[in-house]
Design a protein. Structure first.
Length: 105
C-alpha cells in the first residue's frame, strides 16, 4: 500500500509541475523576424501570434509581405517549440512518456 501512496504523490508532483509549465509557456514570448528584418512577429510559448510589426517598405507587394510574415512566424515558432521541448524535458527528467505531454497544454 505504501508503494501506491508513493505513486500517488509522484502523480500529484507531476500535476503541479505541469501546471507551472503551462503558466510558463503561456507567459513567455518569442520574437521572429524575416531575413531582412522588415517583419517581426511575437508569439507565445504555445505558438499563439501576439503581435505583428511590418516595415512600411513591405506594404506595396502583398505576396512578398505574406512570405515575410510566414518566415517571421516560422522563425518565432521554432524558438517557441524548442523552449517548450526543453521545459517539458525538465518536468519529465528527460524520460519519454507514453503520451505527448504537450497535448495537455
Amino acid at each position: 500500500m505504501s508503494n501506491f501512496f508513493n505513486v500517488l504523490k509522484q502523480a500529484q508532483d507531476l500535476k503541479g509541475k505541469v501546471s507551472e509549465l503551462k503558466y510558463k509557456l503561456e507567459n513567455t514570448n518569442f520574437v521572429g523576424k524575416d531575413d531582412e528584418g522588415q517583419v517581426e512577429v511575437i508569439v507565445s510559448g504555445k505558438g499563439i501570434l501576439l503581435d505583428l510589426n511590418i516595415s512600411p517598405e513591405c506594404l506595396g507587394d502583398s505576396s512578398l509581405l505574406k512570405k515575410k510574415i510566414r518566415e517571421a512566424y516560422n522563425n518565432a515558432k521554432v524558438e517557441a517549440d524548442g523552449f517548450s521541448k526543453e521545459e517539458i524535458n525538465k518536468v519529465t527528467g528527460g524520460i519519454p512518456l507514453p503520451f505527448d505531454l504537450k497535448s495537455f497544454f
